[in-house]
Design a protein around this ligand. Structure first.
Ligand code: ZN
Length: 111
């Protein structure tokens, strides 16, 4: 039993909400604050923790980070670290946390 009726279509990219959106300046995830070579970063408006950001892979459709080539992974990781540095500089958190949300498909978040 899949998690959702359209799970297989999500995994194949047929109905992937991230691939369909393109690279909008604003969406339900929040306002785009960074547009990198292979990713966009968004700051959601309604979050409990200031500095919470979502970094979305914007290359070809993938489900798991392990599907990225080593070059793609390095580019994406570099984009994540740039966003991380900006968040640290602006919000001055005591500690950064990272999460990869597999059920959202190819999102990393910085908190
Ligand atoms: Zn996708």
């Amino acid at each position: 039993m899949p998690w959702a009726e359209d799970w297989d279509a999500r995994m194949s990219g047929e109905v992937c909400r991230f691939c369909r959106k393109g690279r909008p300046d604003e969406n339900e995830d929040g306002a785009r604050v960074y547009a990198g070579e292979v990713s966009d970063a968004y700051l959601p408006r309604n979050v409990v923790m200031r500095g919470y950001a979502v970094v979305v892979w914007r290359g070809r459709h993938v489900v798991e980070p392990t599907e990225l080539t080593s070059g793609e992974a390095a580019s994406y990781g570099g984009n994540v670290l740039l966003v991380d540095q900006a968040i640290q500089k602006h919000y001055r958190p005591l500690k950064m946390n990272y999460a990869t949300m597999g059920n959202w498909t190819h999102i990393s978040t910085l908190m």
